[in-house]
Design a protein around this ligand. Structure first.
Ligand code: BGC
Length: 738
């Protein structure tokens, strides 16, 4: 009986959903029938307002374009009031009154800034990630925004590429889960809820594989690598319901992404069934001329629309040329109608046709911005993103956590009292004045300590002017904390580096202070892995704190003083030097794997093959012991499940969170497989002395990969399974897929 009622309700629910969407479709059709071709193209046009441009500004007449119906969407326009006024132009002064869609790069926060995405990924905490995205959306929607160009799910294995800061690192499995968590956080499950916004999965595709790590550079890879490594996170985010996708600047296999039928039509729409709309990246249609793929902008616009692009970001190509292209029969008005439909559908879903001003509520804006909820979360996300890289004993005692009775501290470095740079790249409208620095947080936490702060060195030049004061302060201290790394402009878009050492005079300062012989803790704040081999050899304690955002200071102090036991683990390999790049854990074995006794094996003669710090690595103030690895069977059939269990014990003195990682290796494949492949992880919260047994489940689904015919299959054969605390520190066992 109960079941029948449930089915009935489900049936009625589905019917009303269909009826609703039918009604929306009718409204869209009706509207389309009234629209001129120019107005239709207006809906396919996205311009930046006067704020925060991220590329060349081609037009400053955007308000005129809105008024004439030639521009239906804006980005970089925000705050409740500002967007209200712009919306009013669209609604009251245009012929058809179609509301504007407002987009913005809310990447790791809107006003309250959370850790950069690369940092937060190191938390391996999907709930935390989803919450950050949800809170950022809550703040951004209160600031008049409907759409964020987030998540960026580009896999990146080259830290020279500055935009590595914006992604989730090198691994497609983890990257996919993080992408999904972000889409869920941003979009919630109901667009008509005014705390949710549209997500935009970017940059499609393979933008993170720019040659030599140089931004906007060529991408060239096998279809296998594309599908196995780079595409999964986009696909996962789309399967999670992401409303929109952004094309990338780069070419893939000789075709710029914004003109690629293969990527947009074949993969995205046909294979994956993507129903949302596709926006280009900033002027990337125009750039197809520079790529040598289009003869001129008009041609570029035709290639883009015919490949499946719906919206032109900032390039004005659609606006300037599409009408003529239609007249000449180079693009069809039917395809334009389809693109308009896709965009209008989302304006409907967001409720903008019912109330175009529903995101412009100044009262709500005031309540939400920098609320306690935001600031507390910024601190929590910050401390969970900090990776403890080294913590050696000095005089028989690990240097960290720092004793709260430490009397004299020298706090040195350009990031110790720095508000702007800790916000990281893409910090949207992050308010510098709200940032709590390390200096402030440390002083608040240790009111009795004598803390001497000296900037000491610069990040962007080699001046040694501040060295003397820094050395003096260090001589008088019990301990030196050095806050060093990158400024926010030294990573992010258009900020590739060919040298990943500490920039400016910081390395020289570090060495000068080291020479004094005082114990040093380095707090490295950067948007990418830096090459810190010297630091690793010479400095007893290294805390990798990335760029943590508004509450960077308190988050770092929580870790330094042991109020939070560090739990983050690297999602990106730290190379020893730039020459090792690209370096990642999921490498292939090669035909000549390294053997110390054999010269003719795959290696360098001047540096080991191993990275400085591997993927999955991160220390804690406690220790974990892994018991024996147990498999419930050693053979599984295609439909069976393998259970892999291990007991973890917290053998130290403090409570902690350990991320247990599971990798596999397929020993013989019809195409070669990586030496390790992440297939699962679990976070366990363990009180000091406590233990827990965890069980992973693996099926043939987890063992699938692309065979020579590019079919996704699981092949029978022998596998290794590894479980451990990093990609290197693992136990292993064998099993067979029958
Ligand atoms: C970036 C995108 C960003 C867009 C809009 C471009 O330069 O590549 O990631 O969303 O600008 O600001």
């Amino acid at each position: 009986m109960k079941q029948t009622i449930l089915i009935l309700f489900l049936f009625i629910g589905l019917q009303s959903l269909f009826a609703q969407s039918d009604k929306t479709e009718q409204k869209i059709d009706k509207l389309l029938s009234k629209m001129t071709l120019e107005e239709k193209i207006g809906q396919l046009t996205l311009y930046t307002s006067g704020w925060d441009q991220t590329g060349p500004v081609l037009r400053d007449s955007y308000k005129e374009d809105v008024k004439s119906g030639r521009c239906g969407n804006l980005f970089n326009a925000h705050t409740a009031k500002y967007n209200y006024d712009l919306q009013k132009i669209a609604v009251e002064e245009t012929r058809l009154g179609i509301p504007l869609l407002f987009g913005y790069d809310v990447i790791h926060g809107y006003k309250t800034i959370f850790p950069i995405p690369l940092a937060e990924a190191c938390s391996w905490d999907l709930e935390l990630t989803e919450k950050s995205a949800r809170l950022a959306a809550k703040e951004a929607t209160a600031g008049g925004l409907h759409w964020t160009f987030n998540p960026m799910v580009d896999i990146a294995r080259d830290p020279r590429w500055g935009r590595i800061a914006e992604g989730a690192g090198e691994d497609p499995y983890l990257g996919s889960l993080i992408g999904v968590a972000k889409v869920k956080g941003i979009q919630g499950d109901d667009f008509s809820d005014k705390h949710t916004m549209l997500a935009c999965v970017k940059h499609f595709a393979a933008y993170g594989a720019a040659q030599a790590g140089r931004d906007y550079h060529t991408v060239d890879m096998s279809d296998r690598t594309l599908r196995e490594v780079y595409l999964p996170p986009y696909k996962a985010a789309i399967d999670a319901g992401a409303a929109t996708v952004m094309t990338s600047f780069n070419e893939v296999d000789g075709v710029p992404a914004s003109g690629s039928n293969y990527l947009l039509e074949n993969i995205l729409r046909k294979e994956w069934g993507f129903k949302g709309f596709i926006v280009t990246d900033y002027t990337s249609i125009n750039e197809m001329v520079h790529h040598g793929f289009a003869a001129d902008e008009k041609h570029a616009g035709e290639l883009a629309l015919n490949a499946g692009v719906d919206m032109d970001m900032q390039g004005a190509v659609f606006q300037n040329h599409l009408q003529e292209s239609v007249k000449e029969g180079k693009v069809s008005e039917k395809d334009i109608d389809e693109a308009v439909r896709r965009i209008l559908r989302y304006k409907h879903k967001l409720g903008l046709f019912e109330d175009p001003y529903r995101y412009s509520d100044e009262k709500r804006e005031k309540e939400v911005m920098f609320s306690e909820e935001m600031m507390e979360h910024a601190r929590d996300a910050g401390r969970k993103s900090i990776v403890l890289l080294k913590n050696e004993a000095v005089e028989g005692q690990p240097l960290l956590p720092l004793s709260k009775s430490t009397a004299k501290i020298a706090l040195i470095g350009p990031l110790a009292d720095n508000k702007e740079d800790v916000l990281g790249s893409w910090h949207a409208s992050g308010d510098v004045s709200k940032v709590v620095t390390l200096r402030k947080a440390l002083t608040d936490a240790l009111p009795k300590a004598e803390i001497t702060y000296i900037e000491g060195a610069k990040m962007d030049n080699n001046t040694e002017e501040g060295f003397e004061a820094a050395i003096e302060a260090s001589k008088n201290a019990d301990i030196v904390i050095m806050a060093i790394g990158e400024n926010y402009r030294q990573n992010g878009e258009a900020a590739s580096r060919s040298n990943l050492d500490l920039p400016g005079g910081q390395q020289a300062l570090l060495e000068a202070i080291h020479a004094i012989g005082k114990p040093i803790i380095t707090v490295v704040m950067a948007g990418r892995p830096l090459t810190i081999s010297w630091m690793d050899e010479n400095i007893p304690a290294i805390v990798n704190a990335w760029h943590l955002g508004t509450m960077a200071g308190p988050a770092i102090v929580d870790v330094l003083l042991g109020d939070y036991n560090p739990s983050a683990k690297l999602v990106i390999t730290f190379p020893r030097n730039v020459g090792q790049i690209p370096i990642y854990y999921a490498m292939k074995n090669t035909g000549r794997p390294f053997k110390a006794t054999d010269k003719y094996t795959s290696k360098y003669i001047d540096v080991p093959n191993e990275p400085l710090y591997p993927f999955g690595y991160g220390l804690s103030y406690t220790t974990y012991e892994y018991g024996d690895l147990k498999l419930n069977k050693t053979e599984i059939g295609m439909d069976e499940t393998l259970e892999v269990s291990v007991k973890i014990t917290n053998t130290g003195k403090v409570d902690g969170v350990e991320t247990v990682q599971l990798y596999i290796r397929d020993l013989v494949g019809s195409t070669t497989r990586p030496v390790k492949d992440l297939k699962g992880f679990r976070q366990v919260k363990l009180k000091a002395g406590a233990d827990e047994t965890i069980t992973f489940k693996l099926t043939s689904e987890d063992l699938k990969y692309y065979n020579q015919q590019m079919e996704l299959v699981a092949e029978k054969g022998d596998f290794k399974v590894f479980v451990g605390s990093s990609s290197v520190d693992v136990m292993e066992a064998d099993f067979t897929l029958k």
